[in-house]
Design a protein around this ligand. Structure first.
Ligand SMILES: N[C@@H](Cc1ccccc1)C(=O)O
Ligand SMILES: CCCCCC(=O)O
Ligand SMILES: [Zn+2]
Ligand SMILES: [Zn+2]
Length: 507
């Protein structure tokens, strides 16, 4: 037999088999998207973003409740904010159903007594503090003004995380004002130092609840959001519910050399050596683990909603994972889902123009992929730095969170999904990995059903607003935030058993 037919036989036939398998899997790949039972909410079951509600959010933003370091914040601002909250929600604060405790001097723990003690309490979390404002220019409104402009409320904390604090309290106030008596006891836990790991706030709340033997049905804290234009190949909005949370590892790099007069420098300096180490870290990212952890579920939950080419790839990850690994690293948001990230967040050296710096110090902030270990991340750093003169020290670390149940195995997850779909009927919902860290680390012993989600919409251009310039929330999104919590409080106020959710294809 001549070469050509033999080549065809040896290459053509297997290739055709491959094509058939890829096509069959694409057309038969299951849809994970479902719709909840019809919502029987009436027009009265709606919280409008009225002037007074917007003014309360704007008022909350004016308090400079900045966290700098663990144990170093702005106590007087926190006390003013706490008093403002007390004045803003008179029904809630005078209800016989509600008790409020101040924990760790500046954190708040509300308990709303439910009538059915057979139901485990639920816990909604958020935080009172914010990160500082850097000297980066570009704010279109004063960062602590709460200014309402062009349909947005501007300011530090408007999406991280005062919209959740105020949105939850507005929803509860609205329920209680109408005489609603919850069946399920509900905790509202507001830490005052989340931005510096929550050791004096949420940790104390978690310990206090544990000491009381409290077990909760679920925890919902801040997290990723409803996203648009973030998932390659998906035109619809995608609500990403964090069922997992990356760990973190903060590393201090330091180099000590001989100082001296700027006129007689040695061949190498502490600054130069450390700069090279930092450059090596940035040029050699931690391994790409996309597809080995819960981020795979996010993609597979959206496969049937994607444009054809993306759908072929995501329905055949057995073959195309290397392709996905490349695609997902092209943008910061999806890269953060794929690997342990490396962010050099501080670099300090030198005291005077004509003095050789005897020391250079840098801080590296890693967010650890769920399938990575702290030691593996450290080993990679040391290997890549490849210079014994650079001292590598662990400042703080946290292992990745346990993965919470999602989908049909988790009624709490479905109640969150249902609430999202009632507010964003055109949005898809999928489990995801929380790429930042939250106070939920302090609630691991209270339940295995821990979720991270914030009910506002973020596009690619919005991600930089977290901890960045022009943090803002649209009036529409704040209205949807309040109403998400209104519906959630109703959707969890029954025994959480799995209810049949119709598959999109069934409708
Ligand atoms: N939530 C903030 C601050 C934080 C960092 C690390 C642990 C806990 C909280 C972040 O993710 O950056
Ligand atoms: C990315 C969303 C926020 C992460 C938690 C925080 O910075 O408070
Ligand atoms: Zn936050
Ligand atoms: Zn934050």
């Amino acid at each position: 037999m001549s070469t050509a037919p033999k080549l065809l036989q040896w290459v053509g036939v297997p290739f055709m088999c491959l094509v058939v398998i890829v096509v069959v899997r694409t057309v038969t790949f299951p849809s994970y998207q479902t719709r909840p039972p019809p919502c029987n909410a009436t027009d009265q079951d709606f919280i409008p973003a009225t002037r007074d509600r917007l003014d309360r959010l704007a008022g909350a933003v004016t308090f400079r409740t900045i966290s700098y370091e663990p144990g170093r914040g702005t106590p007087e601002e926190l006390l003013k904010f706490i008093a403002f909250i007390g004045d803003s929600f008179p029904v809630l604060h005078s209800s016989p159903l509600v008790t409020r405790e101040v924990v760790g001097n500046f954190s708040l723990l509300y308990r709303v007594e439910g009538s059915d003690s057979s139901l485990n309490p639920g816990l909604l979390a958020a935080h009172l503090d914010v990160v500082p404002v850097t000297e980066e220019p570009g704010w279109e409104a004063e960062p602590f003004s709460g200014q309402q402009k062009d349909g947005f409320v501007y300011g530090r904390g408007t999406i991280d995380d005062k919209h959740n604090v105020m949105g939850q309290l507005e929803a509860l106030e609205f329920h209680l004002k109408r005489g609603h008596r919850p069946r399920r006891t509900l905790y509202l836990a507001y830490g005052h130092d989340e931005e510096v790991s929550g050791y004096y706030g949420a940790q104390k709340i978690g310990e206090l609840l544990e000491d009381r033997g409290v077990k909760v049905e679920f925890v919902l804290d801040e997290g990723l959001t409803v996203t648009k234009g973030l998932v390659p190949g998906v035109a619809k909005k995608v609500a990403m519910v964090g069922v997992a949370e990356k760990g973190y590892l903060t590393v201090k790099l330091s180099v000590r050399m001989k100082g001296g007069h700027g006129s007689m420098p040695e061949k190498e300096s502490a600054i130069g050596i450390l700069s090279q180490a930092v450059a090596n870290l940035e040029r050699n990212p931690q391994p790409n683990l996309w597809g080995s952890g819960p981020e795979r579920d996010l993609t597979e939950h959206l496969a049937t909603e994607m444009s054809v080419l993306h759908r072929v790839v995501t329905s055949n990850l057995w073959l195309f994972t290397p392709v996905m690994r490349w695609v997902m690293t092209q943008k910061a948001g999806t890269n953060a889902l794929s690997r342990t990230t490396t962010a050099v967040t501080r670099f300090n050296a030198g005291i005077k123009d004509n003095v050789i710096a005897p020391e250079a110090v840098a801080t590296v902030n890693h967010r650890v992929h769920p399938k990575h270990t702290i030691q593996e991340v450290l080993d990679h750093d040391v290997k890549v730095i490849n210079d014994p003169r650079v001292k590598v020290e662990v400042v703080e670390s946290l292992v990745p969170a346990p993965v919470s149940p999602s989908g049909p195995e988790s009624p709490a997850y479905l109640a969150i999904q249902e609430s999202i779909q009632q507010i964003y009927p055109d949005s898809l919902v999928a489990p995801s990995v929380m790429i930042g860290n939250t106070d939920t680390r302090h609630y691991w012993n209270l339940t295995s059903a821990i979720y991270r989600f914030s009910p506002n919409v973020m596009g690619p251009e919005d991600l930089a607003r977290f901890h960045g310039v022009n943090e803002r929330i649209s009036i529409g999104d704040y209205e949807r935030t309040m109403n998400f919590y209104f519906h959630l409080m109703l959707n969890v106020d029954r025994p959480l058993v799995v209810r049949r959710h119709e598959h999109d294809g069934d409708l």
